[in-house]
Write a protein that binds this ligand. Structure first.
Ligand SMILES: *Cc1c(COP(=O)(O)O)cnc(C)c1O
Length: 432
């Protein structure tokens, strides 16, 4: 970025080649950074809270691969665990001890998960949990919330957050109409709309991110998660919490522990794989025994429970004790307060919304309580603020419909650098 106009940087060169070989030059849409009107950063390596791009520029990383890296990049305990596992063989397509240990560790943290099935991605876990919910209830319709993201599952792409919101895609072409019709969409944090929808439709499941983080962070209004539980019970539907982001992050037992609302099925991902591809879905033994080969609901995966991913997940969870969650909360609070102050100094109206381990900076004057509020923010201003941060060595989520992911690797120095860069960036946005 500091190179002269006449020289092509390594990143520019890589992007030029990538555009010919990968759709949009990337393997997942938000990485392209189109929402903030710039070219993607090609990352060469990471260590702790920092990443370096292909041209050697250093950044304080607040994305952490969108959630898995709660310990930071290349944590020695995780790297050692992965190397040790790899030495013994990278995959067997057979049962291993590590899978049993990881399942026990998850069950110890999340009491509603007595039994689980691992997958390689959160998308697969969501897809499979809904198959189970449909099998158990004998119904087809699923209620989701607008602005929530549950992976790129066909039926859940309508009014989805994350990359779809970022690209302004209301629903993806290629989804069968019948599949789309099986999804009922309700605005988040609106009790009357939820009540009306649960009365009108025969629902197999209500699926929710208990703290939505894919339209930016929009915590549940007091009583709203309780209402989900009530309405699911009244309708005879399963309550499915997608804790792919919140699980093992906003607390030891995820959102269900923090808000004391217990779902029937829980979807996990990101942190549970410690930075390698792993996810899972789980619930009571009674429900999970419907999954093959214990039961008749089919679901499988060649690399499910992969030994390297299991080792990384276990090494990560082992370090997530009560003290770790206190530290993560402290980092989140300092970052949120610092960003608020920086914005206030510049006179820029922003709202910072947070739960421990997650936050979003919304360019608006009023709290965001749902997807329409998130869409109404000044996203161009967010984009130019992000470009100004990147130019100052701070790597924010390149879309306001995403969260910042504080980690245990972030230091006081990272916080100071970030807040002073943010103050300069706010001033630049105002004048620009
Ligand atoms: C990331 C995410 C998913 C999808 O997980 P992938 O591993 O990307 O398929 C599902 N639900 C939520 C809440 C997520 O944030």
């Amino acid at each position: 970025m500091t190179a002269t106009r006449f020289q092509t940087t390594r990143s520019e060169e890589l992007y030029r080649r990538a555009l010919e070989l990968l759709p949009g030059g990337v393997n997942s849409p938000v990485r392209a950074m189109r929402a903030i009107a710039r070219d993607p950063v090609f990352v060469a390596r990471g260590s702790g809270s920092r990443i370096w791009d292909a041209d050697g520029n250093e950044y304080v990383d607040w994305v952490g691969s969108w959630g898995p890296l709660i310990l930071g990049h290349a944590h020695p305990a995780v790297v050692e665990a992965v190397i040790a596992a790899a030495r013994n063989g990278t995959t067997f397509g057979a049962a291993t001890e590590g899978e049993v240990s990881l399942a026990a560790e998850v069950a110890a943290r999340i009491p509603s998960v007595q039994m689980l099935r691992m997958t390689s991605s959160g998308t697969e876990a969501t897809m499979s949990a809904l198959r189970l919910a449909r099998a158990v209830t004998g119904r087809e319709q699923v209620l989701k919330f607008s602005g929530a993201y549950h992976g790129h599952v066909d039926g859940l792409l309508a009014e989805a957050g994350s990359g779809l919101a970022t690209q302004g895609i209301p629903a993806s072409p290629g989804v069968p109409a019948a599949t789309a019709r099986a999804t009922v969409i309700v605005p988040w944090n609106e009790p009357d709309a939820l009540r009306a929808a649960t009365e009108e439709h025969r629902l197999a499941a209500i699926i929710a991110e208990p703290v939505p983080a894919n339209m930016g962070v929009v915590p549940p209004a007091p009583g709203f998660l309780e209402l989900l539980r009530e309405q699911a019970d009244a309708a005879g539907a399963l309550l499915v919490f997608d804790e792919v982001i919140t699980g093992f992050r906003i607390g030891r037992g995820g959102a269900q522990e923090r808000f004391r609302v217990v779902p029937d099925l829980t979807i996990m991902g990101k942190v549970v794989g410690g930075g390698l591809p792993a996810a899972a879905y789980g619930g009571s033994r009674e429900l999970m025994r419907r999954i093959a080969p214990a039961g008749d609901v089919y679901q499988a995966g060649t690399l499910s429970g992969n030994p390297l991913a299991v080792a990384a997940g276990l090494a990560t969870l082992e370090l997530l004790d009560a003290g770790a969650y206190d530290r993560l909360e402290a980092v989140t609070v300092r970052l949120a307060d610092g960003l608020r102050e920086a914005a206030a100094q510049s006179g820029r109206p922003v709202v910072v919304q947070q739960v421990p381990g997650l936050l979003t900076v919304f360019f608006t004057a009023d709290p965001v309580t749902g997807y329409s509020g998130a869409v109404a923010c000044d996203r161009d201003a967010y984009g130019s603020w992000c470009r100004a941060l990147l130019a100052r060595g701070v790597y924010p989520p390149a879309s306001q419909f995403e969260a910042w992911f504080p980690s245990l690797a972030h230091t006081d120095d990272d916080l100071d650098r970030t807040v002073s860069a943010a103050a300069e960036a706010f001033a630049e946005v105002r004048s620009g």
